[in-house]
Design a protein around this ligand. Structure first.
Ligand SMILES: C[S@@+](CC[C@H](N)C(=O)[O-])C[C@H]1O[C@@H](n2cnc3c(N)ncnc32)[C@H](O)[C@@H]1O
Length: 258
C-alpha cells in the first residue's frame, strides 16, 4: 500500500480524524510540506515521531485543521443575515432561536452570532451551540482573547460594547461568552443536534471531498427545524441545492424546500 495511504490509516487510529474525507491533493501537499519542514523524508518516520511527541502531534492537528477565522467574516453576508434572514425567514415567533456554529474554530463566529442576536433578543435568552473537531481551537475560543486584526469587520458599536482592551489584545466580555456552549464535534463522524433554526457551516466544506459534502448536506438538512436556515461560506454555495431538498434564499443561505 502507498505510504500516504498507510499514514492516513494510522492517523485515523491515533487521533480519530479520517483524512479520506478531505480533498486528497490539497491535504497531501499540506502534510508533506509540514513533514519536510520537521525534517522527515517519509510518512512512516513522521508518523512514528507523531506517535511519541505530543507537541509535534499538536502542531500537526493545528496545521491540519486550519483555524483561520475572524469576527463578521464576509461582512455583507452578516448584513443579509440581520436585514433579511433573521427578521423575515426565521423569526416567525418570539421564541429564542436555536443556533449552531458548526465549525467554530477559535470562537469568532459564534460570538459574532451572539452579538448580532442581541439586536433581536434579550441577551439572557440567547444560546449558541458552537462545535469544532479541534480541542485546542475550542480552548482558545473559551479564553476569548483576540488580536485587533480579528475584529476588523466587526461593527464598531459591538467592539466598544463587548470587548476590553488587554495590552495589545481584546478580551471578549463574560456577558457574551456565557451565551455560547462549546463542544467537540467531528462533522464527519458524530451525530448532529436536532431542531436548529440557524446553522452556520462556513469555510470548512472547501476541504472536504464531494462524497463527504453530500453526506453533510443531508445531515445538516435533518438537523434543521422546519423554518431553519443553513448559512455557508463565501466559496461554498451548494450546487443544485434541490438535490438535498434545499432552496436558495440568498447567495449563501438555504432553507428547507417544504
Ligand atoms: C477555516 S476554520 C472556519 C472557522 C469559521 N467557521 C469561519 O468561517 O471563520 C475551519 C474549521 O473547521 C474545523 N474542522 C475541520 N474539519 C472538521 C470536522 N471534520 N468537523 C468539525 N470541524 C472541523 C477546523 O478545526 C477549523 O477550526
Amino acid at each position: 500500500m502507498d505510504s500516504y495511504e498507510v499514514f492516513k490509516k494510522n492517523i485515523n487510529s491515533l487521533i480519530d480524524i479520517d483524512l479520506n474525507y478531505y480533498k486528497e491533493k490539497q491535504m497531501k501537499r499540506r502534510i508533506t510540506s509540514l513533514r519536510d519542514r520537521n525534517g522527515f523524508d517519509s510518512f512512516q518516520l513522521y508518523f512514528l515521531k507523531l506517535k511519541k511527541d505530543k507537541i509535534m502531534l499538536n502542531e500537526f492537528i493545528n496545521y491540519l485543521t486550519i483555524n483561520v477565522s475572524e469576527f463578521y467574516r464576509n461582512p455583507s453576508q452578516w448584513d443579509t443575515l440581520e436585514r433579511d434572514i433573521i427578521p423575515t425567514v426565521i423569526n416567525r415567533s418570539k421564541e429564542p432561536l436555536k443556533v449552531w456554529s458548526s465549525a467554530c474554530s477559535t470562537g469568532e463566529e459564534p460570538y459574532s452570532l451572539v452579538m448580532l442576536l442581541t439586536k433581536f433578543y434579550n441577551i439572557k435568552d440567547i444560546k449558541v451551540l458552537a462545535s469544532d473537531i479541534d480541542n485546542e481551537a475550542i480552548k482558545k475560543a473559551k479564553v476569548g482573547l483576540y488580536s485587533e486584526k480579528a475584529l476588523t469587520n466587526l461593527p464598531a458599536e459591538f467592539k466598544r460594547k463587548y470587548f476590553k482592551k488587554k495590552g495589545e489584545a481584546f478580551q471578549i466580555v463574560d456577558e457574551i461568552k456565557e451565551r455560547v456552549e462549546f463542544k467537540k464535534l467531528d462533522l464527519l463522524k458524530d451525530p448532529f443536534p436536532n431542531n436548529m433554526d440557524l446553522i452556520t457551516c462556513r469555510n470548512v466544506m472547501i476541504y472536504f471531498t464531494e462524497e463527504a459534502k453530500k453526506m453533510l448536506y443531508n445531515k445538516f438538512y435533518n438537523s434543521l427545524s422546519q423554518k431553519g436556515v443553513f448559512f455557508v461560506g463565501s466559496t461554498e454555495q451548494i450546487i443544485s441545492p434541490e438535490r438535498y431538498n434545499f432552496k436558495s434564499i440568498g447567495t449563501f443561505f438555504y432553507k428547507k424546500c417544504n
